[in-house]
Design a protein around this ligand. Structure first.
Ligand code: CO
Length: 176
């Protein structure tokens, strides 16, 4: 995968790169670790809890997560898969690729995740509430899915104008 680490930034809706289905990571090298570090820096700057590689325009199956903002709680999940989703809960979600958009999203309330760390070692964890929700939100990104695809009719109406403005802004930038 070819990308210039120094030029990466968080991309916003409706950038079509957010709709790509990302590829499995096969090389657990220094380049991958550097990408994860860059993602954590960008996520921190925008005060997010999770950021998928797709959101910096790199279509790889990985995301960086930190629920507390503390250095010790930094986590990277590579090639993540959700198992045994249970329960159902609706909560407001935002997304660093959709600034100023907050919508209600219904998701399983508990699940297990398997993944690999930056060295390729297996990770297996159980989570509930926010943790489980962020896992699912970030894995959606790896499959080109956004919270816009999961919101209900009232949020669809409420966000319509903001989304139209974002679409117009994007069109103006790409045609400039
Ligand atoms: Co997001």
């Amino acid at each position: 995968m070819d990308y210039d680490l120094d030029r990466l930034s968080i991309i916003h809706y409706p950038d079509p790169r957010l709709r790509e289905v990302c590829q499995e990571v096969t090389e657990f090298d220094d380049k991958l670790a550097a990408l994860a570090a860059k993602m954590a820096t960008l996520r921190r700057a925008d005060k997010g809890v999770g950021l998928a590689a797709a959101q910096v325009g790199v279509p790889l199956r990985m995301f960086a997560l930190n629920l507390t903002g503390e250095e010790k709680d930094e986590m990277v999940f590579v090639n993540p898969v959700i198992h045994d989703p249970q329960g159902s809960k609706e909560t407001e979600e935002g997304c660093l690729s959709l600034p100023n958009i907050h919508v209600q999203v219904r998701r399983p309330a508990r699940c297990r995740i398997t993944a690999q760390d930056l060295k390729g070692n297996p990770i297996e964890l159980e989570g509930e509430d926010l943790l489980c929700r962020v896992w699912q939100h970030e894995i959606d990104h790896l499959n080109g899915i956004l919270i816009l695809d999961r919101m209900g009719p009232s949020d669809r109406i409420a966000t319509r104008k903001t989304l139209k403005e974002m679409e117009a802004g994007y069109q103006a930038r790409v045609s400039a």
